[in-house]
Each structure stands twice: as C-alpha cells, then as structure tokens.
Write a protein that binds this ligand. Sequence first.
Ligand code: C2O
Ligand code: CU
Ligand code: CU
Length: 490
Amino acid sequence: VGTLALGGAGTLAYLWNASKLDTVGEVGFDSPLAIPPLAESESDSSGARVFNLEIQAGETQFKSGRATETWGVNGTYLGPTIRARRGEEVAFAIRNTLDEETSIHWHGMHLPAVMDGGPHQAVSPGEEWAPQWTVNQPASTLWYHPHPHGQTGRHVYQGLAGMFIIDDEESEGMNLPSEYGVDDVPMVVQDKKFDGDNQLDDRAAFMSMQGILGDEILVNGTLGPYFEVTTRLVRLRLLNGSNSRLYNFGFADDREFSLIATDGGLLPGPWETDRLQLSPGERAEIVVAFEPGETIDLRSHPADEGYSGPLGRLNGAEDRLDVCRFQAAESLADETEVPSELGTAPDLDGEDVAEERSFKLSGFNSINGDQMDMARIDFGVREGTVEVWEVTNADGYMHNFHVHDVQYQVLTVDGEAPPPQLAGWKDTVQLVPQRKYRLAMRFSDYTDPNLPYMYHCHILMHEDSGMMGQFVVLGEGEEIGQVPATSAGH
Ligand code: C2O
Ligand code: CU
Ligand code: CU
C-alpha cells in the first residue's frame, strides 16, 4: 500500500500522465447487452418471500482468448436482479462459497442495522447468513454489494453486485415503461482494466489516490454491448457500479431524455436534460425516446464542471467513453408515457432539526481526521428526529457521501437550492471539490445502541482506506453502547 502515500508536485505530474485517457477507445458494440435474470423466490410458511443467493468464484468470457477469473452471485459475474413490492417481507439465504469472508449490503435500503450487511455482518467462508425485513420505502432502484472491512473495492471489482428494484402501488399505477429487459432495462455500468492475459488487474487499485480507473466499460458484464429497442420509450435504470469512475451520461447526438428517478425513488416530476452525472454508487432512472430504425450510442462525456486538471482525471472526468449502442426496430410499440407528476418531493426542509453535524472529507482515508475503526461508534442519533449534516469536500479530488439506512434531502449546495437531479431522495451524493452540501435526514423505526450503520465516501479505495464512520440510532433514553466484540474484531 506504499503508493498510497503519494504527494507533491512530482506525483501530480506522474498521475497526469499515468491517467491521461481522454478518449478511451471506441468499442465494437457487437455483443447483445446481457440482462441480469430476475432472482427466483418462494414463499415460506410465514409468507415471507425467500431468495437464495450463492456467492461464488468462477470464470467469465468477457473477451476472446482466456476467460477472466471473476466472482458472482448465482453465476460467475454480477448477480440476479432482486425485485420486491413495498410492504413485502423479504428473506434471504446467502451462502458464501468463497474462501474468504465477505458480506452483502443492501445499498439504499431502510432496515435494521443487524440486517444491513455492512462490515459487522461478515459471512465466513462456507457459512450462511439469513437476513429478513419488511420492505417499507417507495419504488426505487437500489443495489446490493459486499461490504467486508477494508475489502469492499476488491470484492465489487471482482464482480459482486446486483440491482434491487422496489415497486409500489403508485409506480405500478403509472404508465411508465416497465417490462423488465424490454422497455425497462437495468444497466450496471462498470469500468475495468484487463491485463494482457484478460485478467482483472488488481494492482490498478493502487495506481492513484482514487483507486481503480479502468479503460474498458462493461454494462451488465457485457463489453461493447448493443440493445435492440422495440418500443418508442425505453426506461434505463443506470447504476454506477464502478469503484472510482465518474460518468457523465449523454447520447451521441445530445438528444434530451427525461430523468424520472434518483437513488431513493421517483422525482416529483420529470426533468429534461441531455447530460447526467453519476458518481460511484449513485443510481438514476431515465426515459429515452427512439425513432424507428435508428442507431444511437449512449456515452460518457467529459464532465461538465468542477473537474478539469490532473485531479479530475483521476476519476476519469475528462474521458469520452462508449457505453452502449441502441438499435431501434423499424416499427416501435408506443404504449407508455412519462407522466408529468411522478413521486413525492422530499419534505424535510423546515422540520425541527434535532442536531447539526459537519463532515469534512479530504485525502483518502479519513472523515474529520478520523479513520474508520470497527470498534468506535462515532455518534448516536435519536430515533424519530431530523438531523442536518453539512458535508464538505475540502479537497481538489472528487469524493462522494453515502449514508446507510436513510434517504436524505439535499437542502443546499454552497447555500443554493440543489439542481434538479438532486431534488429527490438521495443516499449517495457526489461532492464536487470545495463544495458544501447540507443534507437533511430522518431516522426512524429501527434502533440499536450497539450495532452501527455506516456513512462513507463511495470511492471504494477511500472507503476501504478508512474514509468511513459509524453511527447508531438510539431509542428514547438509550445511550451509545458498544460494538459486540465478535464484530468489532479485525
Ligand atoms: Cu454501497 Cu456502505 O455502501
Ligand atoms: Cu450502503
Ligand atoms: Cu473519497
């Protein structure tokens, strides 16, 4: 880990050259986009829907030549899409067949800390973990991925990740595109660096202050994907499942599309835009209109603002990348629409604020100067209260900020009302260098004085290096307890 201690002008010059990727090769677009299967489930006697997930090692043929050693869930790379309705009880039997411990965290999910799948719920090799909870939040595109202490980046990079889609009555009552894999398409976007032998190059993790930056793009594990469009409107559920890369999505002809949902669910109304930036861990749902017979590419364009110069390059902010080709049929079904009213706007602005906290992110391994410690609970919040967290990127580097258990409202960015893409519920927000974000969140339902939730930078090398902290949700009269010795270990 010696190269992490980089610094000084010489280093910057080195990094500038090492990561200068302005245009990362055009791809052939000759493979049909893989659609992750929907996870199968069965009801148990109590009525819970039970999913079986097996975490396994395997080999995946991304390119011609040698297959790549990868990890997956119920397969060799990525995992199935889990789909459940609000109000449903879900249960999982998760089996770890790897020869090291890992975990499965439900990113964006409101659930008890003991089910959260963070570093305190590690699953040993050969063991099983059986979390269960009632889904109780609006329709949204969440995801799952491992979260073992200090190893999240490597485990995600090897292929452990999948989508978790929540439906509810409101979303089902809308005439939005919603046929999975047909006009409602999951897109797990990831960058990879393959070595000459087609293997994932782990050493790339330590090439820069921002961790792995790949130069080839996989969507749902497909390199150079195309998708056959059969409907005029197509909804894309975009997940930035990369370790450190920033994407600025947009089409080759700069056409507008409708942003309809962000991390926590549907926006109050659609926002028409031709660009959408997503940092690692963020999701967005967009609806795109296609013309019969056309071929159009989705790309990542150089980022709009705040990222020029060598530091921005470390997250690929200046790269132009091909992501996916869309080929429209000669005649397109046209039965869906984008309603002008979608979800409910966040409503925490103006609520009584029980506590204000501030968080400064800089460097790569600490928040407010503190490095993650499994045994230290950084603070406790009161169940039922609203807090405002002021989060500052005190750096020239990109960071972002994710909080477990809750969806938050972005109140302001540098004192201004947030832009439309930050107007809905969020669980991960990109922190542009030197900007200050005020986030309002309410803690509800689940309390545990001993078992913490995490907050952290979702640039996985930063998270793994210690840019993470822990909080507990306290019931009335409860005091901060102690992380149980078994899970405080490491
Ligand atoms: Cu997506 Cu703490 O994680
Ligand atoms: Cu999370
Ligand atoms: Cu960071």
